[in-house]
Design a protein. Sequence first.
Length: 165
Amino acid sequence: MWYNRVMKILFICMSNICRSPYCEYVFRKTVEEDSVLSHNVEWVKSSAVFNKSYRINPKSERVLLEEGFDRDYVLAHKPTFKYGAGKRYFEEADIIIGMTRSNKFFLPHKYHKKFALLSELATGSYKAIPDPVLIKDREKYKRAMDEIKGYLAAYADKLKEEFCK
């Protein structure tokens, strides 16, 4: 599949302000801290498939800051879009990882072969990762992001297994 060479991983969601930038930051950190992954993953990016946005969601920003990410680093995130600045990411990515099946619906057809779902990559079965953008309660929002973090950790473990074969 895509494990035969250095990978370029693109996380997508509807607006690139909550789930996908969270995935980008957390997974990039995971890659940087692991020798197997860092030798096999060239880059980790994120982009939107539906909505052109201008800033990371403040709740995602807060969660990332609470997890120890540098404020300037987090605020440097500029949401990208499939037809704008992010188009190059879609072209270059070896795998495009979505949160829900609807992400594929909004993905240009030529990228469908690269598309996979985070929950399936992590666990082998599909579970939609709901968009937390409308969650107002801080603790519920954090729990939603922790669920994503669990999927990312499981996916990282599976990737490492593949790279070590």
